[in-house]
Design a protein around this ligand. Sequence first.
Ligand code: APR
Length: 240
Amino acid sequence: MVANIFILTGAGISAASGVPTFRGADGLWEGHHIEDVASPEGFARDPVLVHEFYNQRRAALSRVNPNRAHAALVTLERAVIAHGGDFTLVTQNVDDLHQRAGSERLFPMHGQLTRARCTACGWAGDAPPLLSSAHSCPACARKGDVRPDIIWFGEMPYFMEEIEERLANADLFAAIGTSGHVYPAAGFVREARRAGAVTIELNLEPSAIRGQFDHAIEGNADETVPIWVDGVLGQLHGDR
Ligand code: APR
């Protein structure tokens, strides 16, 4: 019986929507070393570059749409809930495609492009379309302390308590479109296994941690995820 489903997604699920993944073949993220644009040190060194980088990513959201994989996970969520089960979707992605597709039990553990926060007073809210060091915090009015609400290397991801609790109760764990290079997310499969969950990876190619999964399906997520979801739905309905 499948009662508690835990899904982890990464950049690969948004690839078919036209959002570039992080680790391209050249090891760069859209021409930048990842640590230059995704670390507090990189931000301190060159805030203009980092603001500009995220302003471009934020603007690009208006040119992309959720794909069939995002939609299939919404179908799965609704079916599992209707069936009396529990559903958790944790994404490492900072795009808003799961939200726009209609996912509700969603935990964006690495933050969101559409959000900003102030490092001086702790304010967090909607990001303006263009963020810069000249921006004043809407709460404390200080200039220069509002940054993208994105978890960078060395920072603690959001929702870790909720995630740990749900992993401990998972019956089925699926990782979709993630390279398995970044922790703590790359460690979730081990925790799910420890909880007795069946584990599966759906990725374009075997990830760095492929060996830790019970099963794997290779291919484009927008093709493999809807088919896999159909199979899980069949199992759910068979449980009735
Ligand atoms: N369908 C399925 N998988 C795909 C597709 C696709 N169409 N295209 C690419 N992939 C796979 C790649 O093979 C790769 O294994 O998705 C994975 C994407 O890996 P990364 O670019 O490393 O992205 P992700 O795992 O989400 O990165 C994790 O790293 O830089 C940080 O915080 C950032 O959240 C990010 C984290």
